[in-house]
Design a protein around this ligand. Structure first.
Ligand SMILES: O=C(O)CCC(=O)C(=O)O
Length: 275
C-alpha cells in the first residue's frame, strides 16, 4: 500500500497512531530477519547495547529499510515531502525477557521541534500481546507534553526509565503486527510495551524519527540523511549512506553520532542509565 488513505490520516490525527501498514511481504520480512540474525552472529556488538542505535549508518540492510519508498510514502502523508532520517533504533526483546518500555512520549526527551515528525516502527517478527507489543493510549497526543518521572527501573529498556504516571491502562490499545508491517506514531502519543512472555523473539526496527526539514534539534546535535525532497532549513549535518557492512569510517561516524545522542537522551538526568 503506498501513501496513507484519507481514513488512515484521520485515524492518525484522532488517535495519535496508525497501524498496521503493509510494507514488506512475509517472505521479504523473513529474509530481512535472516540478514539481521546473520549480522548478530557475525558482529554481535554491532547491534546491541548502545549500538542498537543508528544501525542504518553501518549496515546497508537497515539503510535500505530507512529509505524504503513505501515507508516514505506513508510518512509523507503525515509530515510532507521534505523528509530527513533523524535516527534509528533496534528494539529486540528476547524470549521470556523481562525488559519492558514504560509509558512515555517520544517528544519528551528527543528534543525535536516543531513536532512535524513521526516514529515508524517496523515488525521483523510477529509482534503480539504475548511477546511484548506496543500499547497506545489513543488520543493522548491531544493534551501535548506530559510530566515524566525518571524511574531508572531495572528492567526498563528506556535510558532513564522515564514514565508517565496515571495512564488508564485498561483503555490502551495493543498494536499487534505481522512481520513486514509498520506502525506510525505521533511524538506526543503516550505508549509503552510489556515483557516478552513468549518463547520467540520480538524484533522491531524503529526509525526514530522521520523529521520534516523544518524540525530543529533543541537539546543537542543530531545527524540526518535526506530521505526525500530537499532540506529547506539546513539545521543539521548530513551524513553519507553506508557503502558496505561495518566500514571503519562508518563505524567511527556511528560511534560519534551515538555519543551525541547520549548527550541528548541524558540531558538534565541525575544519572546515566543503561542502554
Ligand atoms: O519497541 C517497543 O516496545 C517500544 C518502542 C518505542 O517506544 C518507540 O518506538 O517509540
Amino acid at each position: 500500500m503506498p501513501a496513507l488513505s484519507p481514513e488512515q490520516i484521520s485515524f492518525y490525527n484522532e488517535n495519535g497512531y496508525v497501524a498496521p501498514i503493509d510494507i514488506f511481504t512475509p517472505e521479504e520480512a523473513a529474509e530481512l530477519r535472516a540478514q539481521l540474525e546473520a549480522l548478530e552472529a557475525s558482529h554481535p556488538d554491532a547491534v546491541a547495547g548502545r549500538n542498537r542505535n543508528n544501525v542504518h549508518y553501518v549496515t546497508p540492510l537497515f539503510d535500505r529499510i530507512a529509505h524504503n519508498p513505501k515507508i516514505l510514502d506513508a510518512v509523507e502523508s503525515l509530515i510532507g515531502s521534505n523528509i530527513l532520517v533523524g535516527g534509528t533504533t533496534l528494539f529486540v526483546k528476547e524470549p521470556e525477557q523481562k525488559g519492558f518500555i514504560s509509558w512515555h512520549q517520544d517528544a519528551r526527551y528527543i528534543g525535536l521541534e516543531p513536532f512535524n515528525w513521526v516514529t515508524a516502527w517496523l515488525a521483523l517478527s510477529d509482534v503480539t500481546t504475548e511477546n511484548g507489543c506496543m500499547y497506545m493510549w489513543e488520543g493522548s497526543h491531544h493534551a501535548g507534553q506530559r510530566d515524566h518521572v525518571d524511574t531508572y527501573g531495572k528492567d526498563n529498556l528506556l535510558t532513564r526509565g522515564q514514565t508517565v504516571m496515571d495512564v488508564p491502562e485498561d483503555i490502551t490499545v495493543p498494536i499487534e503486527l505481522r512481520p513486514g508491517q509498520l506502525s506510525l506514531h505521533h511524538p506526543w502519543v503516550v505508549h509503552g510495551s510489556g515483557h516478552n512472555t513468549s518463547k520467540h523473539r520480538r524484533i522491531g526496527f524503529a526509525i526514530q524519527s522521520y523529521i520534516g526539514a523544518d524540525v530543529d534539534s533543541v537539546h543537542g546535535k543530531i545527524y540526518v540523511q535526506q530521505a526525500r525532497g530537499i532540506d529547506t532549513h539546513k539545521y543539521h549535518e548530513h551524513t553519507p549512506r553506508p557503502t558496505g557492512l561495518m566500514q571503519p569510517h562508518d563505524v567511527d561516524f556511528r560511534d560519534n553520532a551515538n555519543e551525541a545522542l547520549k548527550q541528548i537522551f541524558y540531558k538534565g538526568a541525575k544519572k546515566i542509565g543503561q542502554y
